[in-house]
Design a protein around this ligand. Structure first.
Ligand code: FAD
Length: 409
């Protein structure tokens, strides 16, 4: 055997394909019964394969260690990923924000495409094979040990790729084993944390908002008094906080050790003057209603009771008795509705894990360990992560490509 890949996720399978295409004999050991299990649930079952943006924009969407990825993304970019799938008879479509999906809208087709290409090139997959250790000698790595249906097996090869993923969604198989293997071989691990995850609030009313989704809002994440991230799009309230695309991206910028808040601008398209005129117009149409029943044209129904409470205005007050000072408060809250944030959601419900194998110890061109010859890394196990929009699979495919084309045999 020339290469053993630990983990049949997108990074591991892409590496196996590239190595096999160059003539290497490759075995992929996967602890699940099913190959590419996480890939099959990506993009809500549709799989956002990559993003069709300009190559340089990719790096703006990778908040951690994007420089480390420059070389491998230059060699196998988002556009190469699209070509790869198109060439292998998986047509793709580009949707809002450059997000690329399979035309079939089915993530399983992406997984099957990768696995079929690998199999055709002679890659051997061994499922239900849980790798427990990587063995090295004086020259570098030489074998791995795995438990397969109760039996311990040893597989020898001069190249081993750790593509075991991170810690999120552990039921898909990513339980952090790669960090242990790497640590045992001398690597340092940057603290792992949930990223692209919901944010938890301690606001007493938060559970009342559960299920309320907002479209076309602007959110601003403040750490202390400093705005650190702003985004436009969709979000949703959960039983204990906030989630949805703009919140998941904001979570990459949130460090739990400091107080934070999210401010929502419900009407980003309207400046304060225009919005004030709009409120006046709406109020003139409902002037004999009570305040609590006057905001239907401005806000989703579910949020109105909490919004009214936050204004401090008596909900039974007649609309035509609302003072200009009170209207200023309404205006302010429509532009700056604040949610106190106290922590991130659990890593098990995060889309990705931030942190991982220290990039300083990996050759950025080849993904080979600088500490142990023949040891390679690819995918989420490395300390790199991207925003939503197909950037994390881009990282998995590009690093997998770099590792697969760099092994020596
Ligand atoms: C719900 C959800 C939706 C997502 N949607 C998107 C999306 O649409 N677009 C996007 O870009 N990103 C998305 N992501 C992120 C993306 O799925 C991951 O970044 C990507 O799968 C990482 O690929 P990987 O190959 O590094 O790891 P994984 O896909 O996690 O694969 C690792 C594999 O290694 C195996 N393994 C682990 N330990 C061992 C061991 N000891 N022995 C043998 N095998 C082992 C695991 O079983 C697993 O199959 C999503 C993530 C989640 C959770």
């Amino acid at each position: 055997m020339d290469l053993i890949v630990i983990g049949a996720g997108p990074a591991g399978v892409m590496a196996a394909i590239q190595a096999a295409e160059n003539g290497a004999r490759v075995t992929v050991l996967e602890k699940n019964k099913v190959l590419c299990r996480k890939l099959r649930i990506t993009g809500k079952g549709r799989c956002n394969i990559t993003n069709a943006c300009e190559k340089r924009e990719l790096f703006d969407n990778i908040p951690r260690n994007s420089k480390f990825l420059m070389s491998c993304i230059n060699n196998f970019s988002n556009h190469d990923i699209i070509s790869f799938f198109e060439k292998n008879k998986l047509p793709t479509v580009v949707e809002r924000g450059g997000r690329v999906f399979p035309a079939s809208q089915n993530a399983t087709d992406v997984a099957n495409c990768l696995i079929n290409v690998a199999r055709k090139l002679g890659v051997r997959f061994i499922c239900e094979s849980n790798v427990t250790a990587i063995i090295r000698n004086n020259d570098g790595v030489c074998a791995v040990e795995a438990t397969c249906r109760g039996e311990t097996k040893r597989y020898e090869a001069p190249n081993v790729l750790i593509a075991t993923g991170g810690l999120s969604y552990p039921l898909t198989g990513s339980t952090g084993d790669g960090y242990t293997f790497a640590r045992d071989l001398g690597h340092s691990i940057i603290d792992t944390k949930p990223s692209l995850c919901p944010l938890v609030s301690d606001d007493f009313y938060i559970s009342e908002l559960e299920g309320c989704s907002l479209r076309n809002v602007n959110i601003n994440l403040f750490i202390g008094s400093k705005s650190v991230y702003s985004d436009f799009g969709e979000m949703v309230f959960t039983h204990n906080g906030v989630s949805g695309p703009v919140i998941l991206s904001a979570s990459c910028h949130y460090d739990e050790s400091v107080p934070a808040k999210i401010e929502i601008d419900f009407k980003p398209a309207l400046d304060e003057e225009t919005l004030d005129k709009r409120i006046l117009r709406d109020f003139s149409q409902v002037k004999n209603k009570i305040f609590a029943n006057s905001l239907d044209g401005l806000l989703p129904k579910k949020i109105i009771p909490v919004f009214v409470m936050k204004t401090g205005i008596n909900p039974s007050k007649q609309v035509n008795a609302i003072t200009s000072q009170e209207r200023s408060r309404i205006l302010y809250l429509l532009k700056h509705f604040d949610i106190n944030i106290v922590s991130k959601g659990d890593i098990s419900e995060a889309i990705i894990t931030s942190g991982g194998i220290n990039v300083k110890e990996i050759n950025p061109k080849t993904m080979e360990s600088k500490l142990c010859r023949g040891l390679f890394f690819a995918g989420e196990v490395i300390d790199v992560d991207g925003y939503t929009g197909g950037f994390n699979l881009t990282i998995a495919f590009s690093t997998g490509y770099a590792a697969g084309t760099s092994i020596r045999f």
